[in-house]
Design a binder for this molecule. Structure first.
Ligand code: ADP
Length: 478
């Protein structure tokens, strides 16, 4: 079937007619058409029409209802049942207009009374039927698509665990899903079409900045987005009951804090005792025992670092870490961090060299956190430097920021790991990497700290040549 009539196209008619003379008459009329071209293929029974139609390339069927193998409206029924997706125009005899009308009701596009036929009437009926059929088909397709999309919307909203409410720009409720009915303890009828003040009734702020998350005095978390609802501006609110999540978060916080504090005390005491034994304060110990105790000491230290790191992460993430800001000269802070890490670097036979200074440079920062960040970069650089090598620390000014860089000549960071390096517990696990010890939390903590201090952190690396980690903090201006 044609999708739209183009006057230069030939309209292909299947004429289902057993009367030879009448078939010739119709053929002749269509041949003489002044506008457009028609081709007519004729079959003389229902059976042969059913054989021809599935092959396609037919734009319209002109159907005589009285055929050798079928008769009356049943003929049309069987054509329609076949669902050939082609418009049908009925040819009826004189005095049989009732049948014609019934045929229209059953789905034929038009009917022509055989004795009244003339060229003009026939062509107009054909064209009109094709156009009408196309329009109806398009409407059916659109309706189906709309129904499918409404069905999808219904399923999604009905089964959504979040409360969904649509209010228009006059704050009139246009839609609520079943979860919203439950959460607000009202039926949809009590909401829809009514102006509703979610703010005063439930503490839900509907004027919250659209596209952002908001919280409110009920235990609900609200997200609002501007949408079009039946051609009107509206706000789609998604409200989530976060009571349970908050309770879980709170419990998690408590567990982590209790466990960490309970671990830290005894662990520190173990470390101190082991260190006394190793230093010979408790008397001589045989060399093999000393070696075992040194292993225990190193692992206890590692456990303490991990515990501290986890506490730090929790504190920063929950916004509970306190920053004690002071305006300080940056060089003494850098020197302090270097001194604090020299003995750690010694373990790896690595030196730390400060390449340059900017004596007057100041930053407004928390000194402990600054040293913690730099310590992490220095210990990583020491761990990954080749023995007898040096780590170079430098400081530079750039567009209002001070950049502190730590350069090593280690193995570099593999490309596939680079975008994960600041994620929690990220460690490159290739041969050798894990043996360096560490929690995989250091860089993620450093990143969070630097960002809290108003700066940013980054690195440059080349495989087999080395890595430079740096962080930028705003330089303090009087
Ligand atoms: P960790 O406590 O394991 O050192 P970090 O978050 O500080 O945790 O570092 C994560 C991982 O990043 C390290 O395990 C290592 O694989 C890689 N890495 C960090 N610094 C360097 C560096 N200077 N050279 C090579 N790899 C590094």
């Amino acid at each position: 079937m044609q999708s739209k009539i183009d006057l230069s196209d030939t309209i292909r008619i299947l004429l289902v007619e057993d009367d030879d003379a009448y078939a010739m008459l119709i053929g002749r009329m269509l041949k003489r058409a002044k506008i457009g071209k028609f081709s007519v293929e004729r079959v003389d029974s229902q059976q042969s029409a059913f054989e021809r139609l599935p092959k396609g390339d037919i734009d319209l069927v002109l159907l005589d209802l009285h055929l050798p193998d079928t008769n009356g409206l049943a003929t049309l029924d069987s054509f329609i049942n076949k669902e050939y997706d082609v418009p049908i125009v009925i040819l009826t005899s004189l005095n049989d207009e009732i049948t014609g009308i019934k045929a229209l009701q059953k789905g034929a596009q038009d009917y022509i009374i055989k004795s009244d036929i003339n060229e003009e009437l026939l062509i107009r009926s054909i064209r009109y039927s094709i156009e009408r059929y196309n329009l109806i088909s398009e409407l059916k397709r659109n309706t189906k698509a709309l129904e499918a999309s409404e069905e999808r919307f219904r399923i999604i909203t009905e089964q959504n665990a979040d409360a969904i409410v649509v209010v228009d720009d006059e704050r009139i409720v246009r839609f609520v899903n079943p979860t919203a009915e439950k959460v607000f303890n009202r039926s949809a009828d009590e909401f829809i079409g009514k102006q509703f003040d979610f703010s005063s009734e439930y503490g839900v702020e509907t004027d919250i900045e659209v596209s952002s998350d908001g919280e409110n005095s009920t235990i609900l978390e609200c997200r609002a987005n501007r949408i079009k609802w039946q051609d009107r501006d509206a706000i789609l609110m998604t409200l989530r009951d976060v009571t349970e999540r908050k309770q879980v978060e709170k419990m998690k916080d408590e567990v982590i804090s209790i466990v960490s504090h309970e671990i830290r005390g005894p662990l520190t005491s173990i470390i101190n005792s082991l260190s006394l034994i190793i230093d010979g304060e408790t008397g001589d110990i045989p060399e093999p025992t000393k070696k075992m105790i040194e292993i225990a000491y190193r692992n206890s230290e590692r456990l303490l670092r991990l515990t501290n790191d986890m506490l730090d992460i929790r504190k920063i993430e929950s916004g509970k870490m306190e920053f004690n800001y002071q305006v300080l000269e940056v060089m003494p802070l850098i020197e302090q961090a270097i001194e604090a890490n020299r003995s750690y670097a010694d373990q790896f036979k690595v030196r730390i060299r400060l390449e340059n200074t900017i004596p007057d440079a100041k930053i407004k920062t928390d000194s402990d956190r600054f040293i913690q960040i730099l310590t992490n970069l220095l210990t990583n650089a020491a761990k990954f430097s080749p023995p007898e090598d040096e780590i170079i620390v430098s400081v530079s000014r750039n567009k209002g920021f001070l950049r502190i860089s730590v350069k090593d000549h280690g193995p570099g960071i593999p490309e596939e790991f680079q975008n994960r390096i600041f994620s929690k517990f990220a460690q490159f696990t290739a041969q050798g990497a894990r043996r360096k010890g560490g929690s995989g939390l250091g860089l993620s903590i450093s990143k969070m700290l630097v960002e809290n201090l108003g700066g940013s952190i980054g690195f440059e690396t080349k495989p087999n040549e080395g890595t430079t980690f740096y962080f930028d903090l705003p330089e303090y201006q009087e």
